[in-house]
Design a protein around this ligand. Structure first.
Ligand code: NAP
Ligand code: GCO
Length: 266
C-alpha cells in the first residue's frame, strides 16, 4: 500500500484565515503542494489582492475573500460563498490573529477585548460556521493556531496569553463535542516565527546591536535561531490529512524545542 497517499490533500478545500502572508501563507503553500484548493481571507481587500498576487507568483490558484473573522455575519456570508463557488470546507485553519504588547495594568479593557475577539472569539465563530457542513460531509479537520503562550506567560502579553490559552481549551472542546462526527480538531503551537507580527522583537537597535528579545529567544531555542513560516507547513499538512485521523484534541508544538529547554547559560 502506498501509505504516502495518507498525507495528501487532493480534492480537499482548505480555508486559512488571515493568510495573505505570514504563518498562514506558509501553511497554505504546503497544503497547496499537497493537493488542497486554497481559500483564504483577510480583513482588507488590499491585503487579499496582495495575497492573491503572491499565491499566483508561487503558482497557486488561490481564492481570497474580504472577511473580518470577528464579524459573524461576514463569516457566515463568506462560508456560504465558498460552499457555492468552491465547495464545502474540508480543512479550516484558524490562523488570523493579533497581539498587543502592553503591560496589563496599562491595558484598557477595550484593548484586552480586541485581542480576545480576534484570537479566541473568531476561531469559535469560524469553526461554528463550518462544522455543520463537515458533519453532513462525514469528515472535517480544524487546526487552531495556538502559541507558546498557550502554555507560558510573559510580560506585556496578558490578553494574548489568555486568548491562546483559551484557544487550547476550545481545541480540546471541539474535539470532545464533534469527534463522533469524524471531525478532528487539533492545534499547532508555533515557537518564535519570523513574521511581521514578531518584527518589533527582532529590530536592530540604534547602536547596531540585535534586539535584546531577539538574543533572548535565540538563547532559548535549542536550534539557536528564529523559525520560518514554511516550517509550519509539514505539521499543518499532517494534521489536515488522513494520516492524523486518530489525532484529536492535541496541540502540536512547532517551537524548535523551546518548551523542552531551560535555555543557554548567558
Ligand atoms: P501576522 O503576520 O500579523 O498575520 C496575521 C494575519 O491575520 C494578517 O494577514 C492579518 O490581516 C490577519 N488578521 C488579523 N485580524 C484579522 C481579522 N479580524 N480578520 C481577518 N484577518 C485578520 O501574524 P503571524 O505571525 O503570521 O501569526 C499568524 C498566527 O500565528 C496568529 O494567530 C498568531 O497569534 C500565531 N502565532 C504567531 C507566532 C509568531 O512567532 N509569529 C507564534 C505563535 C503563534 P491584516 O494584515 O489585514 O491585519
Ligand atoms: C511575543 C511573541 C509571541 C509569539 C508567539 C510565540 O510577543 O512574545 O509575539 O507571542 O507571537 O505567540 O509562540
Amino acid at each position: 500500500m502506498d501509505y504516502s497517499k495518507n498525507f495528501r490533500l487532493d480534492g480537499k478545500v482548505a480555508l486559512i484565515t488571515g493568510a495573505s502572508y505570514g504563518i498562514g501563507y506558509g501553511i497554505a503553500l504546503a497544503m497547496a503542494a499537497s493537493g488542497a484548493k486554497i481559500v483564504f481571507c483577510d480583513i482588507k481587500q488590499e491585503f487579499v489582492d496582495k495575497g492573491l498576487a503572491s499565491y499566483k507568483a508561487d503558482g497557486i490558484d488561490a481564492t481570497g475573500y474580504v472577511c473580518d473573522v470577528t464579524n459573524e455575519d461576514m463569516v457566515k456570508e463568506m462560508i456560504a460563498k465558498i460552499e457555492t463557488e468552491i465547495g464545502v470546507v474540508d480543512i479550516l485553519v484558524n490562523n488570523a490573529g493579533i497581539i498587543k504588547r502592553i503591560p496589563m495594568c496599562d491595558m484598557t479593557p477595550a484593548e484586552f477585548r480586541q485581542v480576545i475577539d480576534v484570537d479566541l472569539n473568531a476561531p469559535f465563530i469560524v469553526s461554528k460556521a463550518v462544522i455543520p457542513s463537515m458533519i453532513k460531509k462525514g469528515h472535517g479537520k480544524i487546526i487552531n493556531i495556538c502559541s507558546m503562550m498557550s502554555e507560558l506567560g510573559r510580560e506585556t502579553v496578558s490578553a494574548y496569553a489568555a486568548a491562546k490559552g483559551g484557544l487550547k481549551m476550545l481545541t480540546r472542546n471541539i474535539c470532545s463535542e464533534y469527534g463522533a462526527y469524524n471531525i478532528q480538531c487539533n492545534g499547532i503551537g508555533p515557537g518564535y516565527i519570523a513574521t511581521p507580527q514578531t518584527a518589533p522583537l527582532r529590530e536592530t537597535q540604534p547602536d547596531g546591536s540585535r534586539h535584546p528579545f531577539d538574543q533572548f529567544i535565540v538563547g532559548r531555542t535549542p536550534a539557536g535561531r528564529w523559525l520560518n513560516p514554511d516550517e509550519l507547513g509539514g505539521p499543518a499538512v499532517f494534521l489536515a490529512s488522513d494520516a492524523s485521523n486518530a489525532v484529536n484534541g492535541h496541540i502540536l508544538y512547532v517551537d524548535g524545542g523551546i518548551l523542552a529547554y531551560i535555555g543557554k547559560q548567558p
